[in-house]
Write a protein that binds this ligand. Structure first.
Ligand SMILES: [Zn+2]
Ligand SMILES: [Zn+2]
Length: 249
């Protein structure tokens, strides 16, 4: 398929007015057009509003309990073809149990914790304390950015922290077909979408490729051929710059 497999944008969702998302679609297109990334580093959202979850700048909690600066996530299957527990186990393995993972990035300011229940099984007050969610469905036409073919990431609940505006909540909407193999390709999608949750961008233009789970062969339509499925040193360095608030370019 020649279509790019995914995309990301801050957007409307059931929790926020639609005009927020529509406004940022327009702004993002301008930012992307003018952005010229440095060589050998992948790029991030910069400026007064940045697309990442707000907890990325801090680390607290203990080795057994997440703090309010850690990142909790829940998983929700929304298709009969995906067993929710199996998928939650697979996502957890991909994020925190393998040898090449996002967990621990930026001196543990990325500290990922699986919530014990599925997203829909929480009351709204408790669910609001969970930083991000993975939803799996056969078709995401209800999320316009994803549509029928793409997995995508949507942010909600913008907050200003004295430095910039970022988001309290993020959602990774995964297409069933992208992850139902429970294989390396599925991990590639999970790690890529998680990279968006942490603030990384896709290639800006054809040939904008490097050793990165954000610039890999999911973007063959942009000329990228690297099959890497896990977060690389490039990726982790970029997330560290976001956590440091040093991503000014
Ligand atoms: Zn931030
Ligand atoms: Zn992407």
């Amino acid at each position: 398929m020649s279509l790019p497999p995914e995309a990301e944008v801050p957007s409307r969702s059931r929790r926020t007015p639609g005009w927020i998302g529509l406004g940022w679609v327009a702004v993002l297109s301008v930012v992307a057009w003018h952005h010229i990334p440095r060589a050998h580093a992948n790029h991030t959202h910069t400026g007064g509003t940045q697309l990442h979850i707000a907890t990325i700048h801090g680390n607290n909690g203990t080795s057994t309990t997440p703090g309010d600066q850690d990142e909790q996530y829940c998983v929700q299957s929304r298709t009969a073809s995906i067993d929710g527990t199996r998928m939650a186990n697979f996502i957890e393995e991909t994020l925190v149990k393998l040898s090449t993972i996002w967990d621990g990035t930026a001196s543990w300011r990325v500290d990922l914790w699986r919530a014990s229940k599925f997203c829909f099984d929480y009351d709204s007050a408790t669910r609001a304390t969970i930083e991000y969610e993975y939803h799996i469905k056969d078709d995401w036409t209800e999320v316009s950015l994803c549509g029928t073919y793409y997995s995508c990431v949507v942010f909600d609940n913008a907050v200003y922290d004295g430095y910039h505006t970022h988001y309290k909540w993020g959602y990774s909407y995964l297409q069933t077909e992208h992850v139902n193999g429970y294989d390396t390709r599925a991990r590639k999608f999970i790690n890529h979408e998680t990279g968006h949750i942490l603030g990384l961008k896709d290639p800006d233009y054809y040939g904008h490729c490097l050793n990165s789970v954000m610039h890999n062969d999911l973007y063959s339509s942009m000329g990228c051929t690297d099959p890497v499925w896990y977060p690389t040193a490039n990726d982790k360095n970029s997330v560290t710059r976001i956590a440091d608030r040093a991503n000014t370019w």
